[in-house]
Design a protein around this ligand. Structure first.
Ligand SMILES: Cc1cc2nc3c(=O)[nH]c(=O)nc-3n(C[C@H](O)[C@H](O)[C@H](O)COP(=O)(O)O)c2cc1C
Length: 383
């Protein structure tokens, strides 16, 4: 955004008032893009597999790409595939994070199935997988077995309220160790978890996460990947309910008045870009604690386990009132990040083949809105 134009609009309350008076500002919620949250578990879905999937699509996933596709052609079974058009080649060159997101999906699917009295027997990568690239082979095969004794998971109660809380956190509210411990112990098998609320360590991690964000934003090809996935304003969000959503009255008004463009957001000298940097720094520097997931290796199985652990910790955080925000930049495997990648592994004691799969900021933040989703039906094939 051009600075002079920005100042003019910021000072021009008449425009904002006019937009408000016209009902424009009050109607900026992308209702259609948020509808899947209200439809989760609906009795309109007569197939219990679809009811369970209608919750699984609400799982956290990188850049909200929602790369899942589920084949339901065989009764009582499901096969999960990755939509290879929804990868993040610049920031996630080996699709490690995409696979972690698919792990989050499988864990919510398992919990939602249990609510239905179905035991979801999950076989990950039944035809094997490639550590360097995902391909057309399935991510998982699921067999749904009727089992009234299957344990209901108490964390399921938080699926609809779960968010990745990307807002600044309250600097005056320290994080209790007990809350972090509760989140860690919710993680489940196959992973090692760690957390800190130690003031000196938190300060060091704030610096590190901010430096990693700066690198991502100032590296043109990684920044461009985010810009290409931005959905600015209600119409774009409803048309593509995924990616990075810039919604609400401010963005909609700026777009309406031609003050926001993808070109200016890619230009490090523009006011919009500088403002973005400032907002991200402020956000990163409000971390009151950190939590992380380490796996013994970096196989596709490890990555799925990390995703399952992450969503469980996120759900437990909701139970504790603690916001959680993945800060993945440090863990990304492109050359410009190599030094910080090595540093965070060293700091967290991940040596040899041990891999830090997730690293997130924690604290008490404001309530977050729901993030958009594609409807469950658009992710199902074979029915
Ligand atoms: C593997 C993985 C990595 C993620 N990395 C980041 C990140 O670096 N920064 C961020 O703001 N959100 C990150 N997220 C959160 C997603 O952006 C978020 O899950 C998605 O936008 C949907 O929002 P929700 O979790 O509130 O439903 C990540 C999520 C996953 C599963």
């Amino acid at each position: 955004m051009d600075r002079r134009k920005f100042l003019r609009i910021a000072g021009s309350s008449t425009i904002i008032l006019a937009a408000g008076a016209g009902g424009f500002l009050g109607t900026r919620t992308p209702t259609q893009a948020l509808a899947p949250w209200g439809q989760a578990g609906s009795a309109d879905y007569t197939d219990p597999r679809v009811r369970a999937l209608s919750y699984a699509i609400l799982a956290p996933n990188p850049h909200n790409r929602q790369p899942w596709v589920v084949d339901l052609s065989t009764p009582n079974e499901a096969t999960l595939f990755c939509d290879l058009d929804r990868l993040l080649p610049a920031t996630d060159p080996f699709s490690r994070q995409i696979t972690v997101g698919l792990g989050c999906f499988l864990e919510v699917l398992r919990m939602a199935s249990a609510q239905e009295g179905l035991h979801a027997e999950i076989t990950p990568f039944p035809q094997g997988g490639d550590a360097n690239a995902l391909d057309a082979r399935p991510i998982a095969h699921i067999r749904f077995v009727v089992d009234d004794t299957v344990a209901r998971d108490p964390l399921f109660a938080h699926v609809l309220e779960r968010r990745s809380n990307k807002e600044p956190y309250d600097l005056n509210r320290p994080l209790p160790s007990a809350g972090l411990e509760a989140m860690k112990s919710a993680a489940g098998p196959g992973v090692q978890t760690g957390a800190t609320n130690n003031v000196a360590r938190v300060a060091a991690f704030r610096d590190l996460t901010w430096e990693a964000l700066r690198i991502e934003m100032l590296t043109p090809y990684t920044m461009q990947e985010s810009i290409d996935l931005m959905r600015i304003g209600k119409q774009e969000i409803n048309e593509n309910p995924d990616g990075i959503t810039l919604g609400g009255a401010l963005f909609d008004t700026a777009k309406l008045l031609g003050l926001m463009s993808r070109e200016s957001m890619a230009d490090p000298n523009s006011t919009g870009f500088q403002e973005g940097l400032r907002i991200w720094e402020e956000t990163a520097r409000t971390a009151m604690g950190y939590i992380w997931v380490i796996t013994p290796g970096n196989t596709r199985f490890d990555q799925l386990n990390a995703g399952r652990a992450w969503v469980r910790m996120n759900l437990k955080g909701m139970d504790e009132g603690i916001g959680l925000h993945p800060m993945s930049q440090l863990l990304q495997e492109y050359p410009e990040m190599a030094e910080l990648y090595a540093q965070i592994h060293q700091e967290l004691g991940a040596t040899g083949s041990a891999t830090v799969q997730m690293f997130g900021r924690c604290g008490y933040g404001p309530e977050m809105p729901r993030s958009p989703r594609w409807p469950v039906g658009s992710k199902i094939v074979g029915q």
